[in-house]
Ligand binder design. Structure first.
Ligand SMILES: N[C@@H](CCC(=O)N[C@@H](CS)C(=O)NCC(=O)O)C(=O)O
Length: 203
């Protein structure tokens, strides 16, 4: 199997953490495949017409994307139980969707400032993305600690990748403010070797 990824992609980080946590890392070749909406660059367009990473290709050439589908596939293959059976499954999938939603908004903010020319930027739109992140972080802190305090699931990994990405790209916004329980949980989870080993390079 081959994983197209970018070392800074938080979506790819979910997959890379899962591979390390399940002992499958050596089974998957890693290939850089990053691009952007205005320049596909090395994006694996033949494998994913959306031009996004991560993409996992199987030995028969089948391509699987996006990160949620890849993680579900690999968890099933490893029989790791990171997606538990129903009815717990629904809260895990919802937590993963919440974490991925943080990433979607955070990445749009990065693209807005890195890619869009300055005179075309619209500050209320950027702040609207941050409002989504702020509300999501507040909800993680207020509503999700009972789940996050329980056995590790893909929801935990996705949440850690989302908070790690906020620290990486939006540290100045301080998601920790007013979210003490979440900050404490993250400090402990971030010590996992799978999280440390997938730290994005600066830049
Ligand atoms: N929903 C997708 C999002 C993937 C995504 O947006 N990846 C970014 C890198 S962090 C990307 O490839 N962007 C290139 C583009 O949008 O053209 C997933 O979970 O895999």
């Amino acid at each position: 199997m081959k994983l197209y990824h970018s070392p800074t992609s938080p979506y790819a980080r979910k997959v890379r953490m899962l591979l390390l946590e399940t002992g499958m890392d050596a089974d998957v070749e890693k290939q850089i495949g990053s691009g952007s909406p205005v320049d596909p660059g090395q994006a694996p367009l033949a494998e994913n017409p959306l031009g996004k990473v991560p993409v996992l290709t199987l030995t028969d050439g089948t391509a699987i994307y996006d990160s949620r589908v890849i993680c579900r596939y690999l968890d099933d293959r490893a029989k790791a139980g990171l997606y538990p059976a129903e009815p717990k499954l629904w809260s895990v999938l919802t937590l993963e969707a919440l974490a991925d939603g943080i990433l979607d908004a955070a990445l749009l903010m990065v693209y807005e400032t890195r890619i869009r020319p300055e005179d075309l930027r619209y500050t209320p739109w950027i702040e609207g993305q941050w409002d989504k992140i702020r509300r999501a972080a507040d909800s993680l802190n207020a509503d999700w600690m009972p789940v996050l305090s329980g056995p590790m699931t893909m929801g935990h990994i996705a949440t850690a990748c989302a908070l790690g990405y906020l620290d990486f790209r939006h540290a100045d916004r301080n998601w920790r403010l007013g979210n003490d329980a979440l900050a404490k949980w993250f400090a402990s989870f971030a010590a996992r070797s799978s999280f440390v080993a997938t730290t994005p390079p600066a830049g």
